[in-house]
Ligand binder design. Structure first.
Ligand code: GLN
Length: 233
């Protein structure tokens, strides 16, 4: 009898993907289907298909992803991760998968008091633990910076008055802004950052497979299609 599975699907090795999955619209849980969805989830699935891997996403704290790659608990980090010199000492990154950047957000009712990022200098600025947003928050508010396990918790604390501002990635902030009228994004993006998928340092096999798949998906228009699906442009 014919098998339900093709030989190649059975033979395909699995890439264990570590991701902090409360980061819409890049990686988050669809409330209806309970599946992981988002721009980077679509992208890593397309990359896996192209490169001949099954993809299995595991949810974990953002600050746990690099340690998990280093110890080999996961094979790829897919988590809106900015390619930084500091992280490059610990893991290897693919070619960029997204152009990101940080912005600051305040409560809507404080919009007149905090007109620019300069106005939040020395204020209580909050961010997600282990992120480039945390580094920027520390730069802006010094010792006062506070961190949370994810962007949603930081935004909740802002709403509740425990933070004067939150620094996080612009598309993620804008996703929250669409859902709620409590917040106001400050003009002037604070940084521009390239995001990449991360692998264990020296894992050339997986890195090369991901990179060649990414390049061909960029060439054949798949990446643009996924971008259009999530960002409408
Ligand atoms: N881009 C930011 C960073 O790399 C935040 C990533 C995230 O919170 N998932 O630090």
């Amino acid at each position: 009898m014919a098998s339900l599975y093709t030989a190649s699907a059975l033979a395909a090795p699995t890439l264990r993907v570590g991701s902090e999955t409360t980061f819409p619209p890049f990686e988050f849980v669809d409330v209806k289907t309970k599946q992981f969805v988002g721009y980077e989830i679509d992208l890593i699935n397309a990359v896996g298909k192209k490169a001949g891997y099954n993809i299995s996403v595991q949810s974990m704290g953002f600050d746990a992803i690099i340690p998990a790659l280093m110890t080999g608990t996961v094979d790829v980090g897919v988590s809106g991760m900015t390619i930084t010199p500091e992280r490059k000492k610990k893991v290897d990154f693919t070619v960029p998968v997204f152009k990101g950047g940080l912005v600051a957000v305040v409560r809507q009712k404080d919009a007149a008091a905090y007109k620019t990022p300069a106005a939040i200098k020395g204020k209580q600025v909050c961010a997600q633990l282990g992120t480039t947003g945390q580094l920027k928050a520390e730069e802006i508010s010094g010792k006062k910076a506070r961190t949370f396990n994810n962007a949603a918790e930081a935004m909740m604390e802002l709403r509740n008055g425990g933070c004067d501002a939150v620094v996080a990635d612009k598309p993620v902030i804008e996703y929250f802004l669409k859902e709620s009228r409590y917040f106001h994004e400050l003009p002037t993006q604070l940084t521009t950052e390239d995001w990449g998928f991360a692998v264990k340092k020296g894992n050339k096999k997986v890195l090369n497979a991901l990179n060649s798949a990414l390049v061909s998906l960029q060439k054949d228009g798949t990446v643009a299609k996924i971008h259009k699906k999530w960002f409408n442009n």
